[in-house]
Ligand binder design. Structure first.
Ligand code: COA
Length: 161
């Protein structure tokens, strides 16, 4: 008797929480600038890493950065601070995804509460095995906040056209 073939379809849609990634990193004195605080570029690298992981998780394949749509530094980061970089896909097109990132710092000397130190939004494109853009699952926002962010990105993209 012939064994029936099971066809596994790729997931047609995902929620923002499915791609959520948190990357933790202790900043070192090698990351500091001449003013003694951590160089913005060191934070941007972590932001790009976390966002790429979230985009890859949504797409189910590697994704490359195509644009940094916004990045705000809200408070200085110091050597020894424990950074938590949280990223999740907030909008998905055919092959592109918009990823929102929030960075918080736990101060190494516990001098204060955890502080929000940066936010960012980046666009990634999923890349298939042939090296070209590949279709990604539809994104279905679930909470009111997820729907608000989804619409915010959609409106920004419409305005850019
Ligand atoms: C990503 C890349 C393959 C896209 O190639 P492309 O020829 O622009 O592909 P397309 O025109 O088919 O666009 C693909 C998607 O990217 C989006 N896109 C392209 N450039 C964009 C930009 N600057 N900002 C936002 N979205 C962009 C398109 O809107 C499209 O989205 P959709 O499929 O959801 O509708 C190409 O630009 C590339 O290789 N860039 C370098 C990426 C890289 O190396 N990053 C690491 C930096 S070191």
């Amino acid at each position: 008797m012939e064994t029936p073939t099971t066809i596994v379809e790729p997931t047609a849609h995902k929620a923002p929480a499915d791609s959520s990634v948190t990357l933790a990193h202790i900043m070192s004195e090698h990351d500091t600038n001449l003013y003694g605080s951590v160089h913005g570029g060191a934070v941007m690298r972590l932001v790009d890493d976390a966002a790429a992981a979230a985009a890859g998780r949504h797409a189910g394949c590697p994704a490359v950065t195509v644009s940094v749509d916004g990045m705000s530094f809200l408070a200085p980061v110091r050597a020894g601070d424990l950074l938590s970089v949280q990223a999740r896909v907030e909008w998905a097109g055919r092959t592109s995804m918009s990823v929102g990132v929030e960075v918080t710092a736990e101060r190494w000397n516990a001098s204060g509460p955890t502080a929000k130190v940066a936010t960012a939004r980046l666009t990634f494109v999923a890349i298939g095995a042939d090296g070209t853009p590949r279709a990604v699952p539809e994104l279905r926002p679930e909470s009111a906040e997820e729907r608000r962010r989804h619409e915010e990105v959609a409106a920004a993209r419409r305005a850019r056209r």
